[in-house]
Design a protein around this ligand. Sequence first.
Ligand code: CAA
Length: 288
Amino acid sequence: AQTVDGHGDTVLDAGDIVGGNDSPGTETISAAELAEIGLRFEVDGEIATIILDRPGKRNAQTSATWSALARIGENLPGEVRVVVVRGEGPSFSAGLDLGMFTSGGTPGQHSLATVATLDDDAFQRQVAEYQRGFLWLRRPDIVSIAAVQGHAIGAGFQLALSCDLRIVADDVKFCMKEPALGLVPDLTGTKPLVELVGVPRAIEICLTARTVGAAEALQLGLAEMAVPRDELAQAVQDLATALLATDRAAATATKRLLQGAPARTLEEQSAAERTEQAARIRALFASS
Ligand code: CAA
């Protein structure tokens, strides 16, 4: 079997545990390991915050970042209902660590040259593992919010797209740079991008690798709200508070219903509404 160098998906530390753990036997990732990768994870009651914390490298991401994100998702404390993803420093994220184009770089990162040697099955498994770090942010029982300032390039743009909602600072610069580097966006970003802006605009944004600023992001539906840079944290906090005011079961059922709507006919969606409502009404009257 082929293996990829690095330790991003293997090294765990049962001590110095970050957050809680609702799955006995599933190990969480340590704060020390997260720090080495350039991440922080904080839980404050029902709100968890994932912080990209390599500001000196503009929060560039490696394979270790993605494996760690997956592990955070697997071990998310049960009480968490809102997950905020934000970046330290001037930029949300400069995307793929360009060190991955070479064999050197930061701890835990796989070089693209090594990944290129994998056979088809191993390659599929490896990239699916990277994508796991992004996909859990759509879980119906949580709402994920990306707080995006400065550059959100490539994997940074895709990480923002993997969240349910995007609050941006007025200096935001989204850029899907992968095609310009000979790659495709493969960290789960193409579907949400197309759903938000449509196929023609997505083609234009990706194939020109141009920058989308705050005003256009709002206009295209890439952002729910744009605020001055120094108001970003408060705007995210206010949104989280508003989201948490809604009953969790109703919020989860509603998110599940809305997420399923694009793939259903009107009749199928109406049936899904009936099913979710039956469970809601029964639960409401069972507890009253
Ligand atoms: N990887 C590694 N290091 C990076 C980086 C990256 N993607 N982006 C920035 N850095 C480093 C710089 O090398 C520099 O390090 P030193 O101080 O040690 O020299 C430091 O971060 C600061 O960078 P700048 O001085 O350039 O900062 P800036 O604020 O003037 O510019 C920027 C910020 C516009 C993001 C610019 O750094 C830049 O263009 N970076 C490259 C972006 C890029 O091409 N990313 C790849 C996207 S493709 C992708 O993500 C692929 C995928 O998912 C499959």
